[in-house]
Ligand binder design. Sequence first.
Ligand code: PEP
Ligand code: MN
Length: 284
Amino acid sequence: MGYKLVSRKEKPDNTVVKVGNVIVGGDCLTVIAGPCAVEDREQYIQVAGYLKKLGVQMLRGGAFKPRTSPYAFQGLAKEGLDILAEAGRVTGLPIVTEVMDTRDVEAVAGYADVIQIGSRNMQNFILLKEAGRTGKPVMLKRGLSATIEEWLMAAEYIMAEGNSDIIMCERGIRTFETHTRNTLDISAIPAVKHLSHLPVIVDPSHAAGRWGMVAPLAKASVAAGADGLLIEVHPCPNEALCDGGQSLTPGNFAQLLGELVPVAEAVGRKCKCEAKHLVKKSII
Ligand code: PEP
Ligand code: MN
C-alpha cells in the first residue's frame, strides 16, 4: 500500500501549515534562516535580531547536530534549546530545530515551534511516529538518497499519527556529482506539489555545500514553485563550528532577499522580506 493521507487525490486543496502567525504554503514565500548550529548565546541572539529585522519569518538552529564525525561539534543540546527559546521570546519568531532521538522528542517539542526531522532520520520510523504524536508542525527533510515516493511515505507516517502539519523540505540528494555537497533536485518541487497537498520548501545551503551557489539555487527553487526557503546564515562563516562553507554572511543573505523579490513576483508569490535589503545599509 502506498501513501494515502498525504496524497493530493485524498485532498485536492493545498495544505497550509500555520506556525503562530506564520503561514507556510500560502501566497507568501516563507523564509527560515539562522546558523547551522546554536553555538553561543550572545552570537545567536544577535543574529536572530538581525534576521528578524530583515523580515525572516522563522529562525533555525540545531541544538542536536547529526555530524558525520563523532569528534565534530555535536551541538549544545539542552543549553542550545534554552538559547533558541530565548531568541524566540526576544524576536517573537517561531523556532525550527532538529530532533534526532526519540528520547529527546518531548524536550524538543517543549521548545520548538517546528520539529525538524533531518535527512539522516527520514526513515527513522519510530522517530517519525513520535514527532507526529507531539501535534507540533514537523519539517521533514528529504533523505540523502530517498526517492520522492519514499519521502512521501515518511510523511505518511507522521500524518497517520493524526498530524497533518507537515512541511516537506528538499535539501539535495546524493548523486555521482561531487562538485556540490548534494545535487539539488529542483524537479522534486513540482513533483511533490503534484503528488501531494503538502507545502514544499527548499534548503539550498545543504544542497550546495558552497555559499556562492546558495543564491542561484534559492532563486531557482522559488521560480520552480517552492513555498519557502531554509537558509544557513552565520555572522562569521569562517569561524562556524558547523557548515561554515555553505553559510551566508548576514550581508550576503540580505542581498539575496532583495534579489528574491522579483523572482517571487514573477511566479505570483509575495515576499514579506520585500525591500528589506534596504535595512542592510543601516545595520551592517
Ligand atoms: C541541518 O538542517 O542543519 C541539517 C543537518 O540538514 P540535513 O538533515 O538536510 O543534512
Ligand atoms: Mn547545517
